[in-house]
Design a protein. Structure first.
Ligand code: NDP
Ligand code: MG
Length: 357
């Protein structure tokens, strides 16, 4: 496989699965965590390596080191592996997804931002979901046609906070996720519920189903539910660990135990709650966004700028979703008609969000 984002949360879990099932790692792509990448290079002996910058590349002693976005694309083109695991974070992951597909490769996709920003221009036949809810949906669907699909949300760091306190929460508080250990960006996206909004778009494009919604299940044991026309609903349950979705995305069928099974008596009870727009203001644009899913590019670009500002201490937590909603309203006619227009709109929204607020 070609592994993009090898030093991240999904990337390191992917390497655990690769090691256990003897899957050859042909290329490792990371950003700036050179110390960890060096260990990975020694262990997995990849043919190609790529890092974020030229300076970082100089720190590596390897015959084929590339850098930057062009470097990532070059590695995808040169490497012969049929599978690209895209575990990059953010809009940076989009070009690698489309180039991998152009090369005829299958993309095991963790980088949901690819679909959020440009789902209309990505053929889902080349994709395998790594997101736990989408893996759950795929597992349940088994080739059948759904009537409705539901994904669950943990509720993130502020699920049980008094609503009045959330707007002034700190970065450390937003990074304190109750159930999952993940990278910083997706953990903040979980606190605002933007992650779940993105997952609705991800499901929309991946499975072509328009009747899709989310509910809070605080234990993160039930990941997805599919309702069929006959009135039956099936649910996928598993302990919260990304290694199960990753193993399926890499191998399609898994006959060995990956996780300990769910112990129902230990779980005891399950509760489901609606997502309250008072607590999660981003949820106010859900219906409109689902009716115009191509506008995901605007939400994604604004969200990436807003998260950058929040992490840098330039805006409080409460302004994060406000900025995204403002951008969504301001760019209400921005509907990309091609992949290139996705990049143009992304750049325009970022420029505006940098100076607004
Ligand atoms: P992390 O932040 O843990 O990892 C991101 C990876 O991308 C790191 O390897 C990082 O490298 C690399 N990277 C960042 N910038 C660059 C760059 N400029 N060039 C090359 N590589 C770069 O994120 P996660 O693993 O949590 O998430 C990855 C994706 O998977 C996201 O889209 C997320 O939404 C999705 N996802 C994650 C889940 C999870 O459980 N973590 C669950 C479902 C989906 P470095 O650290 O070396 O700088
Ligand atoms: Mg998820």
């Amino acid at each position: 496989m070609i592994l993009l984002g090898s030093t991240g949360s999904i990337g390191t879990s992917t390497l655990e699965i690769a090691e256990r099932f003897h899957i050859r790692v042909e290329a490792l792509v990371a950003g700036s965590n050179i110390a960890l990448l060096k260990e990975q290079i020694l262990r997995f002996q990849p043919c190609y390596v790529c890092v974020a910058t030229e300076e970082a590349a100089k720190e590596l002693d390897h015959p084929r080191v590339f850098w930057g976005e062009e470097g990532i694309l070059e590695v995808i083109r040169r490497a012969s592996s049929a599978i690209v695991v895209n575990a990059l974070v953010g809009f940076l992951g989009l070009r690698p997804t489309t180039v991998a597909i152009e090369e005829g490769k299958t993309v095991a996709l963790a980088n949901k931002e690819s679909l959020v920003a440009a789902g209309a221009f990505i053929d889902p036949a080349y994709l395998r979901p790594i997101d736990s809810e989408h893996f759950g949906l795929w597992y349940l669907l088994n080739g059948r046609t759904p009537e409705r699909m539901t994904v669950t949300a943990s509720g993130g760091a502020f699920r049980d906070w008094p609503i009045g306190k959330i707007a002034s929460a700190t970065v450390d508080e937003a990074l304190n996720h109750p159930n999952w250990s993940m990278g910083a960006k997706i953990t903040i996206d979980s606190a605002t519920m933007t992650n779940k909004l993105f997952e609705l778009l991800e499901a929309r494009w991946m499975f072509g189903c328009e009747r899709i919604d989310a509910v809070i299940e605080p234990k993160s044991v039930v990941h997805a539910l599919v309702e069929f026309r006959d009135g039956a609903t099936t649910a996928q349950m598993a302990n919260p660990d990304m290694k199960l979705p990753i193993a399926y995305a890499l191998m399609q069928e898994v006959e060995e135990p990956i996780l300990p099974p769910v112990d129902l008596l230990e779980v005891g009870s399950l509760t489901f709650r609606p997502i309250d727009p008072e607590r999660y203001p981003i949820w106010r644009i859900k219906e409109d966004l689902l009716a115009h899913p191509e506008r995901g590019v605007v939400v994604n670009a604004a969200n990436e700028v807003a998260i950058g500002k929040f992490m840098a201490g330039r805006i409080p937590f409460g302004e994060l979703s406000k900025l995204v909603i403002e951008a969504y309203e301001r760019f209400d006619d921005a509907v990309p008609r091609s992949l290139e227009e996705v990049f143009e709109i992304d750049a325009a929204v970022r420029r505006w969000c940098e100076t607004a607020r």
